[in-house]
Design a protein around this ligand. Sequence first.
Ligand SMILES: NC(=O)c1ccc[n+]([C@@H]2O[C@H](COP(=O)([O-])OP(=O)(O)OC[C@H]3O[C@@H](n4cnc5c(N)ncnc54)[C@H](OP(=O)(O)O)[C@@H]3O)[C@@H](O)[C@H]2O)c1
Length: 286
Amino acid sequence: MDLVVGATGDLGGRITRRLLEQGEQVRVLVRDTSDVSPLKAAGAELAFGDLREILTVDAACKGIDRIISTATGASRGGDDSVDAVDRKGHATLLRCAESAGVPRIVYVSATGFKSDSPVDLARAKATTAEAIRSSGLSYTILQPTFFMESWIGFVVGAQLRLGDTVQVIGDPARRYGFVAVENVADLVLSVLDHPDAQRADIPLSAGSCSYQQIVGWIAKAIDRDLQVHSVPPSSAIEGFPPILNELWSFAATGGMGPLTTPKVAEKFGFEMIRPRAFVQDFFGTD
Ligand SMILES: NC(=O)c1ccc[n+]([C@@H]2O[C@H](COP(=O)([O-])OP(=O)(O)OC[C@H]3O[C@@H](n4cnc5c(N)ncnc54)[C@H](OP(=O)(O)O)[C@@H]3O)[C@@H](O)[C@H]2O)c1
């Protein structure tokens, strides 16, 4: 049986649905504060709990063959701080997995997340990844680049609802790697039993481009005259979550750069959604 932690999130939800469609048995560690009815309807076994509550994590790990964790406190806030969820919560998960004899874990980190990063989320995820590597479990640590749904769909889409100017932190011509959430789910599903993915870190990126290019493609797709306005790193775009502004400043000052991994998709057998195709699909009218 698989245990998905983060199943009420975007990526974890896709992974859970696809595992169930493949006929796998899936348990999900979920909080009753989130809407779990779609997971229940899809056939998941609900284990109510919280990464911050060790007894619930311990119970959820019993009888599990593979853990997939996509959980993060970054988008939640309050008691779900980065420290409580991404650092301590995952230390708890690993401890419970080891004591329950779970053989394998797949963990979603990100490209460029290192233990000496100025961003706490990056440091916390790097610490968790290191603990997983040092554990006795077979593991795969995924290192995707910026999710297009967040960093193009939300970042540009939210600004276009307010006007024709898109604010960009740092140089608009700077290129970053991007990947679609569905492709991250493709990779998770493919690595679960793959012999080449045991005790491995795998980066994933569909393509690299700049916000200047992205805004140009969107302007064409929606037939609007759009402007790009650059703000310096360390400034915040109003209305955006603090973690997003912080990560963008980190990326804009060299923390993340261009990356494309065509061989990963080829090896694990799926088609990458390229940034331009994503833009057309997300913003286009036809
Ligand atoms: N966005 C990007 O560009 C990007 C890039 C690279 C990697 N990643 C990583 O990809 C992963 C998946 O992202 P996503 O967009 O699917 O995340 P998401 O939609 O924000 O989902 C976060 C999940 O974590 C769960 N969670 C939070 N605190 C918890 C706790 N205390 N106990 C148990 N569960 C808890 C949430 O459950 P509730 O619904 O109950 O709150 C939710 O299911 C994350 O680890 C993220 O860091 C993201």
